[in-house]
Ligand binder design. Structure first.
Ligand SMILES: C[S@@+](CC[C@H](N)C(=O)[O-])C[C@H]1O[C@@H](n2cnc3c(N)ncnc32)[C@H](O)[C@@H]1O
Length: 370
């Protein structure tokens, strides 16, 4: 059990190190660390979820629901323009008192569930690499730890990569003001690969707690997990959600998602290439479950040709080899959460693995290794 002092220290640390680009959150973390009610609220979360960003997402959700007008004045996401000032403490206190039951519910049962479609900057060429490696163009995509499953719409997003010379390279469908737009700095010397003709034949997601984008409360929770100032991420999420609603897909809740992979394979039509995607989900699995997932995927690769695109922290994604060296990053970018994308598949009856790319965890930059 954390003491109030420990929770206050956690909030102060997050305010200093975890959200320095969001002045509102820096101020809220400082105030929450001094507030008995805010500390009691954080203590409501199960120990593994007792994180400042869950508290901040819960407050943000109340703001987006229109239930915290005093706080909304400070949230760009709710049209607020007020910079953090001496009135923020009273606004926080009022929200904590009035919205206590809803806030406690978020802390007890919620989890910050980022579903970042800009990871598609890496997923798009990775699907091309699968098609090149297997010779099959029709992909059956299974997104494991899919959150709302937004990455299942990867072929519908307008992507563009900016190379060092400042030129933009568009991939996927053209921008039309409606599609989700993904932009990424392309750090490799080679140009972004062209489309190789792969198609997504079916789209399925698995999660212990999938989010239904047709449910306004579910979508609001995803928005609440974003930082309030970030209008571009907010718009990308809304657009990707609208696109996914229009696409045939399934999202399945499973207590044991690893056990659900083989039954999924059994129902695929002949001639499609099954592809398992994991992006920023292994981080949440126990060591035993990661080992079980790896053994399951290798068995299914050998027996059914399952290919695995894995975008995670390097210690989690690289199995066969040491991670390749990181590229020189653009100014202001840090290597701490760099994501290593790997492809593991059956090749001549054996398991082959290679590193495909390094990327920013939210796709802001990409170093394609091929
Ligand atoms: C950070 S989100 C990543 C979502 C998505 N893959 C993406 O790249 O945006 C992590 C997701 O993993 C899910 N998750 C956590 N533990 C899981 C498990 N044991 N099996 C399957 N999904 C899990 C969470 O519910 C959450 O939706």
């Amino acid at each position: 059990m954390n003491t109030s002092d420990e929770l206050a220290a956690l909030l102060r640390h997050f305010g200093r190190e975890g959200c320095s680009q969001e002045p509102l959150y820096v101020a809220l973390c400082g105030l929450a660390a001094e507030s008995d009610s805010a500390l009691a609220l954080l203590a409501e979360a199960p120990p593994e979820q007792r994180k400042p960003n869950l508290l901040l997402a819960a407050l943000h959700e109340r703001v987006l629901a229109g239930a915290a007008p005093e706080l909304a004045a400070y949230y760009r996401s709710a049209g607020g323009e007020r910079a953090p000032d001496t009135g923020l403490a009273a606004a926080l206190a009022a929200c904590l008192v009035r919205e206590w039951p809803a806030l406690v519910d978020h802390l007890r049962h919620g989890a910050t569930q980022t579903n970042e479609v800009a990871r598609g900057a890496a997923l798009w060429p990775a699907l091309g690499a699968v098609a090149a490696a297997t010779g099959v163009r029709d992909v059956a995509l299974l997104d494991f730890g899919c959150s709302a499953g937004l990455n299942l719409g990867i072929d519908q997003f307008a992507l563009r990569y900016q190379t060092d010379d400042g030129a933009w390279h568009a991939r996927g469908p053209a921008r039309d003001g409606v599609r989700a737009e993904v932009e990424s700095r392309w750090l490799s010397a080679t140009r972004p690969p062209p489309h190789t003709g792969w198609r997504i034949a079916s789209r399925d997601g698995l999660d212990t707690a999938p989010v239904d984008v047709a449910d306004p409360a579910g979508l609001r929770w995803l928005q609440a997990c974003l930082w309030p100032h970030d209008a571009r991420r907010r718009e990308r999420l809304s657009r990707a959600a609208a696109q996914l609603r229009a696409l045939p897909h399934t999202l399945t809740q499973a207590g044991d998602c690893i056990a659900a992979i083989e039954p999924w394979l059994a129902h695929l039509p002949a001639g499609v290439q099954p592809v398992l995607l994991t992006s920023w989900v292994l981080y949440y699995l126990s060591e035993a479950d990661i080992a079980r997932l790896r053994a399951t995927v290798d068995r299914l690769a050998l027996r059914h040709g399952l290919a695995w695109i894995c975008g995670e922290l390097p210690a989690l994604s690289a199995q066969a080899h040491e991670p390749p060296p990181l590229p020189a990053l653009p100014p202001g970018e840090v290597a701490a959460s760099a994501t290593l994308w790997t492809l593991r598949h059956r090749d001549a009856g054996r398991i082959a693995e290679r590193a495909l790319a390094w990327s920013h965890p939210h796709g802001r930059w990409l170093h394609w290794l091929g």
